[in-house]
Design a protein around this ligand. Structure first.
Ligand SMILES: [Zn+2]
Ligand SMILES: [Zn+2]
Length: 299
């Protein structure tokens, strides 16, 4: 399995003032450049959890008049049990002695009743995108709206191994945006640990609980009666910490999706190579994916 470069909590702390601003703050009017982490506790804690694992802690700020207008405060509990507060500087040394309660990231990101994403989702995705961009050395792909849409979709993927975002366009406009996600009926292949961890990457593509991002997208368009042979598909992979999986060559590596894309007569498939999208035909996707599936080519 490919690995990404690791970031330490200290490095994350140093990067934060560079990626936080009024657009990622929960109080854009109250935000000032002098206090860059102001009203950022929840978004920063979510991104920190993506990087370091562990739990989210929350406490009310209402008993503390100086900070009551902020409502509540979030910080992180690392897997070793230690608490760490990445937005501590916003209190200018006067952070109250808070006792936190565990909160799930689902609670923070989605309304429990309607299951709809909360307002924080957009800010979380923007902060995660900025971090991934800076960590990948300012890769130009992150400035591309379709790549950004792939990232934004992928970050909601529940996959334990790799997150994929897919965008499909029809006559130049985006008609689908989504991620790989669990097929409920196959979830026994996902728990407690995803079966794909014991399978060589790019082989045995039918095994796994996730429906692939390309599949969900194509079927969505079939049901909406959009002609697939007039569509172009973009797909990009991301590691669990948000870092991009960038290809070195123009290829597709999944035979399962390549077969379906070929049969659907998609006009083109776009994959991220080095620092830009590269276009391949469905025939090329089929040929490159087959070579991995048969282990003629290996990772
Ligand atoms: Zn998966
Ligand atoms: Zn696939």
């Amino acid at each position: 399995m490919p690995t990404s470069n690791v970031i330490t909590p200290e490095e994350f702390r140093v990067l934060l003032p560079q990626i936080c601003d009024e657009r990622t703050s929960n109080d854009d009017r109250g935000w000032t450049p002098e206090n860059p982490l102001y009203a950022h506790c929840a978004v920063v804690s979510l991104v920190a959890q993506d990087l370091f694992g562990g739990e989210l802690l929350r406490a009310s700020l209402l008993p503390y008049p100086e900070f009551a207008h902020m409502g509540s405060h979030y910080w992180n509990q690392l897997p070793d049990g230690n608490g760490i507060d990445f937005t501590y500087p916003q209190f200018f040394g006067r952070r109250p002695p808070l006792v936190g309660k565990l909160k799930s990231r689902e609670y923070v990101l989605y309304d429990p009743k309607t299951k709809a994403p909360r307002q924080i989702m957009g800010r979380y995705k923007l902060l995660a995108l900025r971090l991934a961009s800076i960590r990948s050395g300012g890769n130009l792909l992150f400035d591309d709206p379709i790549y950004q849409a792939c990232f934004s979709a992928a970050i909601e993927s529940p996959c334990q191994k790799m997150k994929f975002g897919c965008v499909i366009t029809h006559n130049g406009s985006v008609v689908y945006q989504g991620a790989n996600k669990t097929i409920p009926e196959l979830c026994s292949m996902c728990g407690p640990k995803c079966i794909r961890f014991s399978i060589t990457s790019r082989t045995e593509s039918m095994l796994g609980a996730c429906g692939h991002a390309e599949e969900w997208g194509m079927w969505d368009l079939v049901f909406r009666k959009t002609p697939l042979d007039e569509c172009e598909l973009y797909v990009a992979g991301f590691y669990l910490d948000g870092l991009p999986w960038i290809k070195k060559a123009s290829e597709h590596t999944c035979l399962r999706c390549a077969v379906q894309m070929h049969n659907a007569h998609l006009k083109a498939i776009h994959v991220p190579v080095v620092d830009r999208w590269q276009s391949i035909t469905t025939k090329e996707a089929l040929e490159t994916a087959r070579a991995y599936a048969t282990k003629e080519k290996t990772v």
